[in-house]
Structures are given as structure tokens and as C-alpha cells.
Design a protein around this ligand. Structure first.
Ligand SMILES: *[C@@H]1O[C@H](CO)[C@@H](O)[C@H](O)[C@H]1NC(C)=O
Ligand SMILES: *[C@@H]1O[C@H](CO)[C@@H](O)[C@H](O)[C@H]1NC(C)=O
Ligand SMILES: *[C@@H]1O[C@H](CO)[C@@H](O)[C@H](O)[C@H]1NC(C)=O
Ligand SMILES: *[C@@H]1O[C@H](CO)[C@@H](O)[C@H](O)[C@H]1NC(C)=O
Ligand SMILES: *[C@@H]1O[C@H](CO)[C@@H](O)[C@H](O)[C@H]1NC(C)=O
Ligand SMILES: *[C@@H]1O[C@H](CO)[C@@H](O)[C@H](O)[C@H]1NC(C)=O
Ligand SMILES: *[C@@H]1O[C@H](CO)[C@@H](O)[C@H](O)[C@H]1NC(C)=O
Ligand SMILES: *[C@@H]1O[C@H](CO)[C@@H](O)[C@H](O)[C@H]1NC(C)=O
Ligand SMILES: *[C@@H]1O[C@H](CO)[C@@H](O)[C@H](O)[C@H]1NC(C)=O
Ligand SMILES: *[C@@H]1O[C@H](CO)[C@@H](O)[C@H](O)[C@H]1NC(C)=O
Length: 669
């Protein structure tokens, strides 16, 4: 890491001078750090007492490390509040016990399910399907420090209830949780990227910064030691000691559950990791696990890794391939790409073999993110195939396989025309799910914009406008999964609005959907929900295959973290456009804000920016700091002559100014 990498930014230099501290190789320090949800220590103690029931003396002592509380009477209990989502192994000290004393623990993410007789639900198959039960400590209890056995680790919770299970008193102290996620981080707050902007409209001006950090922390809670997966098919209770893949740490879908690799989820969480921690190893390990399980005969990749090991989804198959592209784009890790290339091409061929004489893919493996239908000649399946072919062609070019790149590009062009011919539904001004329905799904329409299936600005604008018809005050309700707000697909829609430069719509959706998730007191106010019903309740319905009870909902789900990368890529406006950031774009979407700053790291170094709009939005100024030796293009958000480093520069025909890397100041107006 070059020494001047992050010291060099104009603004961080001024912070360095003010605060006197800067850690090289980490994001610059600044006021944004106070919005980082990650705890300062890998062992955490409760922040407050949520509930006390029965006969409990000095309950408040348990928010200190040494104070003692005493529970007397069967079913007396204390509920501790850790203040944020945490997960790991609990320990506590017994200061006084009698031979007949008993104690049990129960856990929950949402405060709605605080219950001395049960934890919220993390298992699919326990006898009591709706609840995980309590963890009863072995008796007789003994003096001294007790620690949870490792298989009993609870992956995600905010509230811990400690209940006396006998009439004999028991005195305890020092109740803590040893965080188990992101095991390779000594300092969970040591991010490589940051984001900071003030929201001039929302009830909390720090909303945008908070949601960026909430997404980042959510994904940190989804990075697991490889041997701490959720066991399936256990008769009762829970066990988190299953093997998740070929190497760890590994990226999974959720902290409490499923604690399992899922291909689609990485389509959002992989990008979150990149811009926040730049910790791409867990992403690679998850993808590598999926490739290692490829069906040797057909080329089909799994939908979910072990222990669920679910096979049978053409769309999640595609997400594995899109994830591979994203991983390579962010990391520039060509060695790994070459290692999986044979499997990758075979997986593309699997999809191509499903294209029949109609020119469309016939989707036959139906698993997906929970939506209904989607089989046959469906819009989403074909939009995914288009993305696979175009990104595959890029990868083939990087690997010097021009013939393959051409063949995939040619097929992509033909497919794009076919999708527009068959699925475009003029009366709705959107794509429909298939040629016999009037339903215009959220997923295929959002992705069509994002993946450039649309052929004009007018078409994209018509879609984004159409998508707003699905909105209520809490977010975007998916027509293809009635009564459900699915922030995974919402994350794609959010990008689609920015991508088509409908920034006001994007900001509106962001404030509705993520504004709900971050602040609602039925969740954990630090990590992001997997999904909810259209009225905000926790009954996350997916009518195909599973019916969730409300306590099964995950409150820390990486697929809901779209805003983190979106704020960096679109609002800050800095993206990488070739592997590792050899080329990049700086194209801020000011979105009604007056300033934003942030950045991220790649193996080439620091990519940072800070922009300001002044004089009623007429003057735009920015500082940009990207590695020397790279090249990029900038697009400015206001009219007027552009100067870089005080010198006038010209825009090209598409409105971009070409620049090479280094530090520069940009001024317009
Ligand atoms: C997981 O823990 C359970 C309960 O202790 C044990 O029976 C099982 O063998 C463990 N499995 C693994 C893979 O360690
Ligand atoms: C404690 O209360 C629970 C729930 O009411 C009951 O099932 C259990 O038998 C009681 N235990 C003792 C030791 O009284
Ligand atoms: C308190 O708990 C921490 C974390 O488990 C442990 O390291 C420490 O030794 C405990 N101290 C006492 C006095 O129990
Ligand atoms: C490619 O797939 C085969 C199974 O078809 C698997 O054995 C092998 O490990 C995979 N290779 C990689 C690099 O994942
Ligand atoms: C799609 O493929 C399946 C399996 O081969 C076949 O049963 C079905 O008829 C095909 N659908 C169409 C519309 O051709
Ligand atoms: C391109 O599409 C044609 C027709 O579907 C197919 O036969 C061919 O295998 C495809 N090429 C590649 C490289 O996938
Ligand atoms: C077409 O899409 C609609 C809406 O998703 C769905 O209900 C229907 O089953 C689909 N039809 C076919 C033939 O797949
Ligand atoms: C998107 O597709 C159009 C053709 O419809 C093409 O001209 C354009 O280059 C594509 N954009 C990107 C970023 O690939
Ligand atoms: C959430 O806040 C509302 C309104 O203040 C309150 O009525 C409700 O009890 C709270 N719910 C929880 C679970 O704290
Ligand atoms: C919210 O929606 C769920 C699921 O549709 C329903 O069960 C519940 O009654 C609704 N709650 C309210 C307050 O309307």
C-alpha cells in the first residue's frame, strides 16, 4: 500500500491536521465514524435493560461488567438489550447458586418476540416449527464463568432474555457476547470505504450516512466462520455448527438465518462489501463453493450452498455468473477467474442450451427470490441471460478469448431484440412477465434498465414511472409476490431509478423503504430486514414453497443493502469500470443534496471524492483522488465550462471529460 494513499485527499488531509490521526490503509477518519454501527470490541456487553419480570434484584447491574443481579423465583427474568444486532457466543459469571438453581436463555432480533419461554425462529424443521425454544443450562449450575457451547451460538439477536427456571435464587454478572461474525477482523470498525452526506428533506438529516453504514454492518454480520452454518433437520432447538463451503470466512444470506450461501443475495451484498470493507475474500469463498458443486453433466450451479444445497434455479444460476463478474470487476483477481473459467463457460452453455427456436430461454428450474411464477419464456429469466452474455463477453475479452466474446455478444444482441419484441407491453409502458399476462413485475423491469435491455431513455423513463405505481408509504410492493415488500428486488429498483437518472424517484424510494426498515421499532435499528408485508408487518410471505411465521424473518439480510453501494456509485458518483479500477467513472447524481463525500479502496489504492453544489445549485466543485496510472471519465451535474486543476477542459460527444488518475480539483459554473 503506497504511503500517501489516503493521506493525500484534500479533505482527509485537513481532517488529519485537525484530529491528528489517520490510519493508513483504512478510510479517513471523520464525523461519519459516529454512524458506524460495528462494535468497538469483539466482545460486547448489554447497553440497557429492556424488561424485568418477577423478582429480580439489581437488574441494572448487568449493563456493567462487574455488577451482580439476582433472580429469585421460577420464571423471573431480565431481558438485556445490546442496542444493535449482535451474534455470537454468550458467557456469564455465576456469583451465587444453590444446588436447585436453574437458568435458561432466549434470544430475539425483534422486540416483538421477547419471550422467556422461546427464542425467535431460526430453524426450518424443529418440532415446534414456529419457535426455537430456550437454551436451558445444564444443572447443577456452578460458580464461575459459564460460556455457551459453540454449536449453540446464536447468529443474530439484539435482545437476550435470562430466566430463572426454579424457585431457588441465582446471582449472575458479566453477561457478554463474543461476536462470531467477520472472524478475520480484529477491529470490526476498520472499514476501507466511507460515505457522508446530509439529507435536506428527511426527518433525520443523517439518514443517508446511517443507511450506508447499516448496510455495511448488515453484510459484516453475514460473513461467517465456515463451520458455523445453520444445521437443518434438527429435531428441536438450534445448532449453528454446519459446514458452509470449501473455505471461510464465507458470505451468507443472513445473520440469524439462513446462515447459508445463496447466489442471488450476493448480487447485492457483494457490492456492499466492496465499497465498505473491501473484504472480498468471503465473496470469493462463497462463489468458489458454488462452482465446486456444479453439476458435471449439465453445468447447472446450485441455488444455495451447503448444508441447504438447493439445486434448481435458472435465475440463481445466473446470479452465480453475475456475481463472478462483479467479484472480478471489484478485485481484478484474474488468477481466480482463470481457475473457474472452464466451469463458468459450461454454466453459460447451460443457459444457452435452454434457448430454443423462439430465440428465448425456456426457464424450467423455478427457484428464485420467493416470487411467484417465472417459468417458461419469462421476462426475468431472459433478462438475466442477457446480463450473463454481456458480462461473459467482457470477461472473455479480458481473458483473451475474442471468438467466445463475439459469439456471446452476438447472441446477446439477438436476445435483447427478442426480449423487447415479446415482453414489451406498450399499454403499460413496461415489460410484462410473459407473453400471456398483464402483470409487469418489479424484478424484470428494474433489471431491464440496470442491465441495458432497454433501448432508449424514453423506454427507461416509462418503466421507472410505471414502477412507482407499486409504491406505498413503506416501499415498493412486488406485483409478482403480492402483499410483499422485498428489499432485494427493491435494491435493484433503487439502482434502476438512479441508472436512468430518475434521481428524485430513487431518493423517494430510498426514504420510504429504507427509512422504514432503519427506524421501525419492530426491528433492530442497525441492520436491515429481509422483507415485510405491505403494511410493514413481519410476516414475510413467499407463497411458493414456504410460509414464514413472523419470527422467522431475518433482521440482518445482505440482500437488502442496496443503498450502500448505490450511494457510493451514484450519489457520490464514483465507480470502477474495469477490473480493480484500472478505469473508473466519476458521475455524481446530486439528487437534491448540497454535498457528499466518500470513497473506497481497490488493490490499486484509494478512490475518493468530495463534491459540493453552491450558489443555488449553479456552481459545482469537486475533489477527486484516484490512483495514478488509472484512467477515467467524469460527467458534471451542472451546465457550464468545466475546469480541472484550474485549466479549462472539453467534454466529448457524450458529455464526458477524460482524465487520468491522481488528485484533482474540478470546478463548473
Ligand atoms: C453439531 O452439534 C451437535 C450438538 O452438539 C452435535 O451433535 C453434532 O455432531 C455437531 N456437528 C458438527 C458437524 O460438529
Ligand atoms: C417453572 O415454571 C414453568 C413454567 O410455568 C414450569 O413448567 C416448571 O415446571 C416450573 N419449574 C419449577 C421448578 O417449578
Ligand atoms: C467477563 O467476561 C469476559 C468475556 O467472556 C471474560 O473475558 C472475563 O474474564 C470475565 N470476567 C469475569 C470477572 O468474569
Ligand atoms: C468445476 O466443476 C466440477 C464439477 O462439475 C468440480 O468438481 C470442480 O471442483 C469445479 N471447479 C472449480 C474450480 O470450482
Ligand atoms: C420448456 O421446457 C420444458 C422442459 O423441457 C417443456 O416441458 C416445456 O413444454 C417447455 N415450454 C415451452 C413453452 O416450450
Ligand atoms: C448462440 O446462440 C445459438 C442459437 O441459440 C446457439 O446455438 C449458440 O450455441 C450460441 N453461442 C454461444 C457461444 O453460446
Ligand atoms: C405468466 O405470468 C403470470 C404472472 O406472473 C403467471 O401468473 C402465469 O402463470 C405465467 N404464465 C405462464 C404460461 O408461465
Ligand atoms: C446499451 O445498449 C445500447 C443499444 O441498445 C448500446 O448502444 C449501448 O452501448 C449499451 N450501453 C452499455 C453501457 O453497454
Ligand atoms: C413502537 O412504537 C410505538 C409508537 O410509539 C409504540 O406504540 C409501540 O409499542 C412500540 N413497539 C415496540 C415493540 O417497542
Ligand atoms: C398486515 O398484513 C398482514 C399480512 O397481510 C395481516 O395479517 C395483518 O393483519 C395486517 N396488519 C394490520 C394492522 O393491518
Amino acid at each position: 500500500m503506497p504511503v500517501d494513499v489516503k493521506m493525500g485527499t484534500f479533505w482527509s488531509l485537513s481532517f488529519a491536521l485537525t484530529l491528528g490521526t489517520l490510519v493508513l490503509g483504512s478510510a479517513p477518519k471523520g464525523p461519519w465514524d459516529s454512524f458506524n454501527y460495528a462494535p468497538a470490541s469483539r466482545t460486547v456487553w448489554a447497553k440497557s435493560i429492556k424488561t424485568v419480570e418477577g423478582t429480580v434484584h439489581n437488574a441494572h447491574n448487568l449493563i456493567t461488567k462487574t455488577g451482580i443481579a439476582t433472580l429469585s423465583g421460577n420464571q423471573s427474568y431480565i431481558t438485556l438489550d445490546f442496542g444493535i444486532e449482535v451474534g455470537g457466543l454468550v458467557s456469564l459469571r455465576f456469583n451465587s447458586v444453590s444446588p436447585s438453581s436453574g437458568l435458561a436463555l432466549s434470544f430475539t432480533e425483534s422486540p416483538l418476540f421477547i419471550n422467556p419461554l422461546a427464542s425467535d425462529d431460526s430453524t426450518e424443521s424443529s418440532a415446534d416449527r414456529s419457535l426455537d425454544g430456550i437454551e436451558t443450562l445444564d444443572t447443577p449450575l456452578s460458580h464461575g464463568l459459564w460460556s455457551q457451547p459453540s454449536y449453540r451460538m446464536r447468529g443474530g439477536f439484539r435482545f437476550l432474555t435470562i430466566v430463572s427456571t426454579s424457585s431457588a435464587p441465582v446471582s449472575i454478572s458479566n453477561v457478554s457476547c463474543a461476536i462470531s461474525f467477520s472472524p478475520h477482523f480484529d477491529d470490526l470498525r476498520d472499514y476501507k470505504g466511507y460515505f457522508y452526506a446530509s439529507d435536506p428533506v428527511f426527518h433525520d438529516k443523517d439518514f443517508l450516512t446511517k443507511i450506508w453504514y447499516a448496510g455495511a454492518y448488515t453484510v459484516q454480520t453475514n460473513v461467517l466462520p465456515v463451520d458455523t452454518g445453520r444445521q437443518v433437520n434438527i429435531p428441536r432447538g438450534w445448532a449453528n455448527n454446519a459446514t458452509l463451503g470449501i473455505a471461510g470466512p464465507i458470505l451468507v444470506d443472513g445473520a440469524k438465518r439462513d446462515r447459508n450461501v445463496w447466489a442471488g443475495d450476493m448480487g447485492v451484498s457483494g457490492s456492499t462489501m466492496f465499497v465498505s470493507t473491501n473484504d472480498l475474500l468471503p465473496f470469493k469463498n462463497a462463489l468458489a463453493t458454488m462452482f465446486s458443486l456444479q453439476n458435471p453433466a449439465t453445468g447447472l450451479l446450485p441455488m444455495a450452498g451447503p448444508p441447504l444445497s438447493i439445486v434448481g434455479s435458472d435465475t440463481y444460476h445466473a446470479w452465480n455468473l453475475i456475481g463472478t463478474y462483479n467479484y472480478y470487476l471489484y478485485s481484478g483477481d484474474e488468477t481466480w477467474l482463470r481457475g473457474v473459467w472452464t466451469n463458468y463457460t459450461k454454466a453459460v452453455a447451460y443457459m444457452e442450451s435452454k434457448v430454443d427456436s423462439t430465440g428465448l430461454m425456456n426457464v424450467t428450474s423455478l427457484g428464485d427470490w420467493g416470487r411467484l411464477a417465472g417459468d417458461g419464456y419469462s421476462a426475468p429469466g431472459n433478462v438475466y441471460l442477457y446480463r450473463v452474455l454481456t458480462t461473459g463477453a467482457e470477461l472473455a475479452t479480458y481473458l483473451n478469448e475474442p471468438d467466445l466474446a463475439n459469439a456471446w455478444s452476438t447472441n446477446a444482441t439477438v436476445l435483447k431484440a427478442k426480449i423487447n419484441e415479446v415482453f414489451w407491453f406498450p399499454s403499460a409502458g413496461m415489460y410484462r412477465d410473459n407473453s400471456t399476462t398483464e402483470l409487469c413485475p418489479q424484478d424484470a423491469n428494474a433489471m431491464a434498465i440496470l442491465f441495458n435491455v432497454t433501448t432508449s431513455e424514453e423506454q427507461a423513463n416509462s418503466i421507472t414511472k410505471g414502477l412507482t405505481k407499486n409504491w406505498n408509504e413503506l416501499g415498493a410492493v412486488a406485483p409478482e409476490l403480492p402483499d410483499t415488500i422485498a428489499p432485494f428486488v427493491g435494491s435493484l429498483e433503487l439502482q434502476a431509478h438512479f441508472h436512468s437518472r430518475n434521481d428524485d424517484l430513487a431518493m423517494d424510494l430510498l426514504r420510504r423503504e429504507w427509512g422504514y426498515m432503519l427506524y421501525t421499532n419492530i426491528s433492530v435499528q442497525s441492520t436491515l430486514l429481509e422483507g415485510y408485508t405491505s403494511n410493514g408487518s413481519l410476516f414475510f410471505r413467499a407463497d411458493r414453497g414456504y410460509h414464514f411465521d413472523p419470527t422467522y424473518t431475518s433482521h440482518a439480510h445482505g440482500w437488502s443493502t442496496g443503498p450502500t453501494s448505490v450511494l457510493t456509485f451514484y450519489v457520490l458518483g464514483l465507480t470502477v469500470t474495469s477490473p480493480g479500477g484500472q478505469t473508473w467513472t466519476f458521475d455524481p447524481h446530486t439528487s437534491g443534496l448540497t454535498s457528499a463525500e466518500g470513497g473506497f479502496e481497490t488493490s490499486l489504492g484509494w478512490f475518493g471524492a468530495k463534491w459540493t453544489l453552491s450558489n443555488g445549485g449553479k456552481i459545482f466543485s469537486a475533489t477527486l483522488d484516484v490512483p495514478k496510472g488509472t484512467t477515467g471519465q467524469i460527467r458534471v451535474p451542472v451546465e457550464g465550462a468545466v475546469s480541472v486543476g484550474g485549466r479549462r477542459v472539453e467534454k466529448d460527444a457524450s458529455g464526458f471529460v477524460r482524465l487520468s488518475g491522481g488528485r484533482q480539483s474540478i470546478m463548473v459554473g
